[in-house]
Design a protein around this ligand. Structure first.
Ligand code: SF4
Ligand code: SF4
Length: 128
């Protein structure tokens, strides 16, 4: 993914319209593994705003501290990580009709290289 939304989310909706790649689902979306609870960032779609903005736009728009945090890069190095969280109340990775589960080996996504792995592992707040 790159970034993830935590249970600090108040479902205000300010982030979704800011995402340049439509990676954020509302809390009532059927495809959201946290349906009825909070918004959700599609790991297989998030590009950390690389090529679109200098900082994650969702975090820039979010009014709630700790709602949007770092997650691991969506790359083959973390294939197992995303696979194990899939359909496990963490991620719901899109299944392409022909390509199958859109795991990093099918389509890796860009990520911000400067963010250290410890911050990602600990799901540190995306602070701007
Ligand atoms: S970091 Fe950028 S691409 Fe990823 S969900 Fe937020 S706004 Fe969308
Ligand atoms: S902007 Fe923040 S609080 Fe509002 S829906 Fe998005 S993650 Fe939740």
């Amino acid at each position: 993914m790159a970034v993830m939304i935590t249970d600090n989310c108040i479902n205000c909706g300010d982030c979704a319209s800011e995402c340049p790649v439509a990676a954020i689902l509302g809390e009532s979306d059927e495809k959201n593994p946290h349906k009825g609870e909070r918004f959700y960032v599609k790991a297989e779609s998030c590009v950390e705003c690389v090529g679109h903005a200098n900082v994650p736009r969702c975090a820039e728009a979010c009014p709630t501290e700790g709602s949007i945090v770092w997650d691991m890069p969506y790359t083959v190095d973390f294939e197992e990580y995303y696979m194990s969280g899939n359909d496990n109340n963490v991620y719901k990775i899109r299944e392409h009709k022909k390509k199958g589960l859109m795991l990093p080996s099918i389509k890796a996504q860009p990520f911000i290289q400067e963010i250290d792995m410890k911050s990602r592992e600990l799901h540190v707040n995306v602070s701007l």
